[in-house]
Design a protein around this ligand. Structure first.
Ligand SMILES: [Zn+2]
Ligand SMILES: [Zn+2]
Length: 255
């Protein structure tokens, strides 16, 4: 299995040293992972130590190490996104929507945006950004595609048409969806994307990667019993892998 979205530097919690990377790889190995991809937030780009990454990759043969980056998708910041997405020899690039009108939707201490907006309108604006991110052509992977549910603010109206439209655009864009277990550690207590949205993706043959969005070693592959059951129940039988921006696949269960 793979864990393709996680953070060693996290939010400036620790430097990217060989030892710190090895601590993540040890957990990855113990949880049966074949590949692990480090994808720091792009605002920590300057703290990524490529030499340490490469040394850890050579040293540790039991789990293959990949390098990605998680770009914060903000319309209007194309220059920054293009620069960050091509700064290092990544295996793949994740694009994630964390903001509406440049304001964070997932900050535990700053949830004012949910007071300011009518929830349905906020969802509309959020999924518009998700569709733009997918269509931008900048990213191989779309990070946690329904992050907006994180604090359990739900519109009264039915959002099925909004999700269907988003799934159409994601399928058309060719981007791979991140099935991200971090939601299990948040107030929503559920994987990103929801089963409904994942079924919409599956019906449109949208491929997936699996991830934990770990911000500490013990979170690597956390919640994978639930992720694996979800994707299998929905009908997925393989995950996508990347090396040097080239796509491969791995079976979800060894046959
Ligand atoms: Zn994110
Ligand atoms: Zn992340």
């Amino acid at each position: 299995m793979i864990d393709y979205h996680l953070h060693v530097i996290a939010h400036g919690d620790r430097p990217m040293t060989v030892d710190n990377i090895l601590a993540y790889l040890e957990v990855a190995k113990s949880r049966g992972l074949r590949q692990m991809g480090i994808t720091e937030h792009d605002r920590y780009l300057d703290d990524i130590d490529l030499a340490a990454f490469q040394e850890a990759r050579e040293k540790y043969q039991d789990v293959e190490l990949r390098l990605g980056i998680e770009i914060d998708f903000v319309p209007g910041a194309e220059e920054r996104m293009d620069r960050d997405a091509s700064a290092l020899p990544y295996d793949y690039v994740i694009g994630s929507v964390h903001r509406v009108n440049n304001e964070e939707v997932d900050h535990p201490q700053h949830q004012e945006i949910y007071e300011k907006w009518e929830t349905y309108d906020l969802y509309e604006a959020y999924y518009k950004n998700v569709r733009e991110a997918a269509l931008s052509g900048r990213f191989e992977v779309l990070g946690h595609p329904d992050l907006i549910k994180i604090f359990r603010h739900f519109p009264d109206q039915d959002i099925t048409p909004m999700l269907e439209e988003t799934a159409d655009v994601v399928a058309e864009s060719g981007v791979v969806v991140d099935v991200n277990s971090a939601g299990l550690r948040k107030p929503i207590g559920e994987i990103y994307p929801s089963r409904d949205l994942l079924e919409m993706f599956h019906r449109r043959d949208v491929p997936i990667v699996l991830s934990s969005d770990a911000h500490a070693p013990d979170q690597v592959a956390m919640g994978y019993e639930k992720s694996l059951k979800l994707v299998h129940d929905v009908g997925y039988r393989e995950v996508v892998t990347f090396k040097d921006r080239e796509r491969g696949t791995l079976p979800l269960r060894p046959e």
